[in-house]
Ligand binder design. Structure first.
Ligand code: ADP
Length: 397
């Protein structure tokens, strides 16, 4: 049984066809620069040559048309017929308060998705465009929406309501939503399997540390709190995003720099974080190299990031009354032993005792805590596509 997983961004589209018997992708690819000059599709299928197609791709409908064509291409494809696709799982960024779970898409769901656009004006429109394109081209195939926000719908009002007049929550839906839910859910479920314990008995802190980064406190398999907020800008300092700030800084900078609202948004999302502090790059690999060469600002960016993560671990252990497992995932979490070591330093009092030798691992599922560490420290590569495919299958089978 094969599931197509689609992740439509504003000018990009990532896809995978996953064989649910093996749980592995049999084809995957990426369309970049949709609607811009220089659009390109990079496609690869199992045991076939990689293909790069440079052609005009005006919109998401055209992008999906091209992807589906490649999937059944005799030379480069992975399928004989599109009918082999049992269902399509769409990553949808924002489900607001309407969606606490993945859903099969129908006209009522489509309307609710449109209502969520206000909360995610950059992300939800391309997600919806992708769904519409698939509905047009594969009208018989069930479509499922899997939301980044859904997993965090279990957090309580005391952690999701901000210190604003309550009417702003009622009028505008201003509250903490949290993101990366599909990843936090996947790695926490993997952790329970690795630890051979029912997830209901575990207190987990999941650190999704990539270009975008967030932490979740997960008790008994349910999200209790998370570091991203109303938008993905909150919480940890990230590659290019500021993370949490004194809110007065926003208006102060707008006045001093004469920034419009759009300029300020762009500034906070794209010019701050590790890039802004280091002045070098948003890529943690570049920053690590520069820090090793003695660049103080690069070292400062790494120190801020590690300290931010440490603070959340402390906060979430307090929120859950302890922690049984700490998970590191995503680009930095999976691949940066130094970052993990620095975050876990001096945490023995919490029961977190990292084995520096085991911690040398990159991109593999490994328990890197010392044998006698009370809290397990797990490196678990995330797999959001597989999680989306599993939820899609679960709803449609
Ligand atoms: P996103 O999906 O949010 O774009 P990823 O999860 O792919 O992000 O993570 C990208 C980040 O992971 C980059 O900042 C990159 O530098 C970092 N990364 C990847 N490999 C390594 C590594 N070996 N050491 C340190 N950081 C790494």
């Amino acid at each position: 049984m094969k599931i197509l997983v689609l992740n439509c961004g504003s000018s990009s589209l990532k896809y995978q066809v996953i064989d649910m018997d093996t749980r592995n992708p049999i084809a995957k690819g990426l369309v970049e620069r949709i609607g811009l000059e220089g659009s390109v599709l990079t496609h690869s299928a199992l045991a076939r040559k990689k293909e790069v197609i440079k052609t005009e791709i005006k919109n998401h409908t055209k992008a999906i048309e091209l992807v589906l064509k490649q999937l059944v291409d005799p030379e480069y494809g992975a399928l004989k017929d599109l009918k082999e696709i049992y269902a399509v799982g769409h990553r949808v960024v924002h489900g607001g308060e309407t969606f606490a779970k993945s859903v099969i898409i129908n006209p009522t769901v489509m309307k609710a998705l449109k209502d969520c656009i206000e909360l995610a004006p950059l992300h939800n429109p391309p997600n919806i465009a992708g769904i519409k394109a698939c509905q047009k081209m594969m009208p018989e195939t069930p479509q499922v929406a899997v939301f980044d926000t859904a997993f965090h719908q279990t957090i309580s009002p005391s952690s999701y309501i901000y210190g604003l007049p309550y009417e702003f929550y009622e009028k505008y839906g201003i509250r903490k939503y949290g993101f990366h839910g599909t990843s936090h859910k996947y790695v926490s479920q993997r952790a329970a399997i690795l630890l051979k314990k029912p997830i209901e008995e575990l207190k987990i802190i999941s650190c999704h540390l990539g270009n975008g980064a967030s932490i979740a406190a997960i008790r008994g398999g349910r999200s209790v709190d998370t570091s991203m907020g109303f938008t993905p800008l909150d919480g940890l300092m990230m590659g290019t995003r500021s993370g949490a700030l004194d809110p007065a800084i926003v208006t102060y900078i707008m006045c001093r720099e004469n920034f419009t609202v759009d300029q300020m948004n762009d500034f906070l999302n794209n010019k701050c974080g590790a890039l802004g502090v280091s002045g070098i790059s948003s890529d943690f690999r570049d920053i690590e190299v520069a820090a090793k060469q003695g660049n103080n600002r690069a070292q400062l960016a790494l120190d801020i990031f590690d300290y931010d993560v440490k603070q959340y671990i402390g906060a979430y252990a307090a929120a859950m009354g302890g922690v049984d497992a700490l998970i590191f995932t995503a680009g930095v979490g999976e691949n940066a032993p130094n970052t993990r070591a620095s975050i876990c330093k001096n945490m023995e009092f919490f029961g977190i005792d990292l084995d520096l030798e085991k911690n040398k691992v990159r991109g593999e599922e490994v328990d890197v805590a010392k044998t006698n560490s009370r809290c397990r420290v797990l490196v678990i590569p995330t797999n959001e596509e597989l999680m989306i495919a599993l939820e899609t299958l679960e709803l449609t089978k």
